[in-house]
Write a protein that binds this ligand. Structure first.
Ligand code: UGA
Length: 423
């Protein structure tokens, strides 16, 4: 199939590259010329495991010319960002703009074109807002003159290609048979369950999935906080409950909480949607409340041991919101480093991939080290904030006071003092 992808961020570019790998002809669109140039030079504009190699292998091009991209393809995926608005709502301005652009090309296009929303959007967006804008701009009817569908992604950053190629399920939100047929054909090589639902249901499945995972993490962190006070190891508790098939073992790693561009934003957007419906979502709010303060628990532990932090050297290992990404959006490291600076500590940091992105936030207020070894050599106190593999080297912690937000077992062995945030 000839596919255009609007928005060449994590979701768009991975989706595009994977569809190309499956034998489709793909063009990725982005307004950022620098990004487009990089993609055409076969390098990803951000770090994602395996993506550079995949780009070198597949039939994919990038352009800033959205009109040409739509004209030369039959299916368009909208993969633009839906950042957090001022009131916590999903800011849909990029989706709106993509729809206006697509609609104006569809107006002049004769053959059937399918528009698929992949961006994470609140329930109702595709069937009402997206449809309305596309129809206005194209002067055509959705589900008849052009196809419209919602097909959420469940890609984890750092694992996105693997997740795309081996999904647990594919959710296809459609109303018309032609759109359904095209998407089933596109995904024909996948053997996982394919769920055919309405676009609005598909949107809710995406939000509910992320909300459930976020709640699961906040739940185990709350249990972890209690375990800490009771002298119990929450990881043993997590294993004990996770072996119950109804609960499951995944997403029960207690620590300094969830970050990233998805969980915090999507839970807030769902809360905001609930408010519009005059519903107060107690559990969703609680998940955010637990997560809000969890990073500070690491600083509390440090202060309890080290006393006043003014003028003291403190090393922070890991800045990315999780390993295998350079993404620092909503990363617990931001809160932790801010708190350390506010308390007057001298902060030394190291992350294998996220240093540049962190520098944009903190400039020269902290010391950026070129290796974990260098960073730990600067202080007696070491905070583990992201569980990168290279931090599993017990030698790093020899004689140090280690405060662990992510449960790196090796850290305990040679440390002079070791304490975990929830255990
Ligand atoms: C998440 C979902 O896992 C994807 O399915 C979804 O497609 C994506 O959001 C999205 O909406 O685009 P992602 O944010 O990339 O993916 O990362 P996760 O691996 O889910 O981790 C999120 C955060 O939770 C990280 O900060 C991680 O450290 C934290 N986490 C995860 C825990 O604190 N404990 C756990 O047990 C698991």
């Amino acid at each position: 199939m000839r596919i255009s992808i609007i928005g060449s961020g994590y979701v768009g570019l991975v989706t595009g590259a994977c569809f190309a790998k499956l034998g489709n002809e793909v063009v990725c669109v982005d307004i950022d010329e620098g990004k487009v140039r990089k993609i055409n030079n076969r390098t990803a504009p951000f770090y994602e495991k395996g993506l550079d190699d995949l780009l070198k292998e597949v039939n994919l091009r990038a352009t800033t010319d959205i009109e040409e991209a739509i004209r030369s393809t039959d299916v368009t995926f909208i993969c633009v960002g839906t950042p957090q608005g001022l009131m916590g709502e999903a800011d849909l301005r990029h989706v709106d703009q993509a729809c206006r652009d697509i609609g104006s090309v569809l107006k002049e296009k004769d053959n059937f074109h399918l528009v698929v929303v992949k961006s994470t959007v609140p329930p109702g967006t595709t069937e009402h807002r997206v449809r309305h804008i596309l129809e206005e701009a194209s002067k055509k009817k959705a589900y008849k003159d052009f196809g419209l569908a919602m097909n959420p992604e469940f890609l984890r950053e750092g694992n996105a290609i693997e997740d795309f190629m081996n999904p647990d399920r594919i959710v296809i939100g459609v109303k018309d048979d032609k759109s359904k047929g095209i998407l089933l054909e596109l995904y024909k090589d996948f053997t996982c369950p394919k769920l055919i639902v309405s676009p609005t249901t598909a949107e809710m499945i995406k939000y509910a999935s992320n909300a459930f995972l976020a709640i699961k993490i906040s739940f185990i962190n709350e249990i972890g906080n209690l375990c800490k006070a009771l002298g119990i190891d929450v990881y043993e508790v997590a294993k004990g409950i996770g072996l119950d098939k109804r609960i499951g073992r995944h997403f029960l790693r207690a620590g300094i909480g969830f970050g990233g561009s998805c969980f915090p934003k999507d839970v807030k957007a769902l809360i905001n949607k609930a408010r519009e419906l005059f519903y107060h979502p107690i559990i969703l709010n609680a998940a955010l409340e637990v997560n809000e303060t969890q990073p500070y628990k690491l600083v509390d532990l440090l202060e309890k041991k080290a006393g006043n932090l003014r003028g003291k050297d403190v090393t922070v290992l890991g800045l990315a919101f999780k390993p295998n990404t350079d993404d620092v959006r909503e990363a617990p490291s931001i809160k932790i480093v801010n708190a350390l600076l506010n308390k007057g500590a001298k902060v030394h940091v190291y992350d294998p991939k996220a240093m540049e992105n962190f520098k944009r936030l903190f400039g020269d207020r902290i010391d950026y080290c070129s290796s974990a070894k260098e960073a730990v050599s600067k202080s007696k106190y070491v905070l583990i904030v992201t569980e990168w593999n290279e931090f599993k080297d017990k030698e790093l912690y020899k004689g140090k006071y280690v405060f662990d937000g992510r449960r790196i077992e090796e850290a305990k062995e040679l440390a002079e003092y070791y304490e975990g945030v929830c255990w």
